[in-house]
Design a protein around this ligand. Structure first.
Ligand code: COS
Length: 381
């Protein structure tokens, strides 16, 4: 199934990357996505294969084994993967956007050589642990502790909803020392790192989401990222990049729902004609297509500004807010157009509808995105 509307003006590199991602998604992800969803199966082997193709180091600098791509190209590739299965896309998105960005911006040369290189080459999968059972939207209230131990650190506490937390090789874990919130590189084989069992979720069932118990996890000094007490800002910067990934994940979900709906409305006949000949259906499809296109265009516009070096905190929130609400709306319309079939697990729009919901929740709820946008409108408070 093809993209509803090809984004304009793709460069040759962008076209190649999109083709590679689309072909991979068509042959190695989409045929299995419904089964992974039913079994809540995390396909690490597929992530590893994507890693070997460079998809775990899309924006990481070439000197550290990455592809050094611009943000728009990264988003184009991610949309293709998300259209096939948003569960696979979120693993890539978290890895590429949050721990990778944090390491690129704040890692020492030693940390980049030791961790970022393996991540960018696809040898190491990374995740991010910020939220806690009592610290979600109010991320700065996190309570996990980081206590100095000689030269090193001891981490204790509980993290919630950590994507990749039970399957990653390393996690970027946020914990509080006496000087404030810090970011730590935590190898998942460190003694005391205990992932819970995978959460039983409404959607994105094939992604790995776990609670983490940190039971006196001892880390050498060089596992602290950047400066002690500065970690909250690093995490927020990571989320600026992450939210663009979630925006195009939502675009991918919505686009696929639109494509299914367009095909179905051409085939399905009621009252003696195909559904597509009813104006009420045409209007619905037109609105769905318009929102998909607008959501993608906004995400790409923000990515272009990001690549120019502009501060895009507010705009990344706009892109995520708009795209996630578009995805929820578009998938709801798709289920409605499919009617009784739309409510059945045998048809693909039901999964897309479930997968869309979390894009309005994670990496900051729609309400948090609105707060960030509104704050951006009054930058002096
Ligand atoms: N980039 C860099 N620094 C940032 C930043 C950003 N995007 N956003 C905030 N900061 C810095 C601020 O500059 C401030 O620094 P100083 O203390 O040096 O002044 C500090 O971080 C605190 O910022 P702020 O006062 O805005 O923090 P708040 O507690 O008011 O809340 C929100 C910030 C609500 C935006 C934040 O908690 C948030 O994004 N919550 C949602 C969490 C989330 O997305 N969770 C998903 C987890 S991953 S599934």
């Amino acid at each position: 199934m093809s993209t509803a509307i090809e984004p304009p003006g793709l460069s040759e590199t962008q076209r190649q990357i999109v083709e590679l991602a689309r072909e991979f998604a068509r042959t190695k992800i989409e045929p299995f996505a419904a089964e992974w969803d039913r079994r809540a199966y995390f396909a690490r082997e597929v992530i590893d294969e994507l890693g070997r193709l460079g998809f775990l180091g899309m924006c990481a600098p070439e000197e550290y084994g990455g592809l050094g791509l611009d943000t728009v190209t990264y988003l184009l590739a991610l949309e293709e993967i998300a259209a096939a299965d948003a569960s696979v896309a979120v693993s890539l998105s978290i890895h590429n956007a949050i721990p990778s960005t944090m390491l690129v911006r704040h890692g020492s040369a030693g940390q980049k050589n030791r961790w970022l290189k393996g991540m960018a080459r696809g040898e190491l999968l990374a995740g991010f642990a910020l939220s806690e059972p009592e610290s979600g939207s109010d991320a700065a209230s996190l309570r996990a502790r980081a206590v100095r131990d000689g030269d090193g650190w001891v981490l204790s506490g509980t993290k919630a909803w950590a994507t990749n937390g039970g399957t990653a090789d390393l996690m970027m874990v946020m914990a509080r020392s006496e000087r404030g919130i810090c970011a730590f590189i935590v190898p998942t084989d460190a003694p005391g790192y205990r992932p819970g069992k995978p959460e039983d979720k409404m959607g994105l069932r094939a992604s790995n989401t776990v609670a983490l118990a940190l039971e006196e996890v001892r880390l050498p000094a060089d596992h602290l990222l950047g400066q002690e007490g500065e970690g909250f800002g690093y995490a927020m910067e990571g989320l600026d990049a992450g939210r663009l990934g979630i925006a195009v994940q939502a675009v991918g979900i919505a686009r696929r729902a639109l494509e299914h709906a367009v095909a179905y409305c051409a085939e399905r006949r009621q009252f003696g004609r195909p559904l597509r000949q009813f104006q009420a259906v045409q209007f619905k499809l037109a609105d769905m297509a318009t929102r998909v296109e607008a959501a993608r265009a906004l995400a790409h516009a923000v990515a272009t500004r990001r690549d120019r070096g502009e501060d895009t905190t507010m705009q990344a929130s706009m892109a995520k807010l708009f795209a996630s609400e578009a995805a929820m709306w578009v998938t709801t319309q798709a289920v409605q157009l499919f009617g009784g079939y739309g409510y059945m697990r045998d048809f693909p729009v039901e999964k897309l509808f479930r997968d869309a919901k979390v894009t309005e929740i994670y990496e900051g709820t729609s309400e948090i995105q609105r707060i960030i946008v509104a704050r951006g409108l009054y930058p002096r408070g």
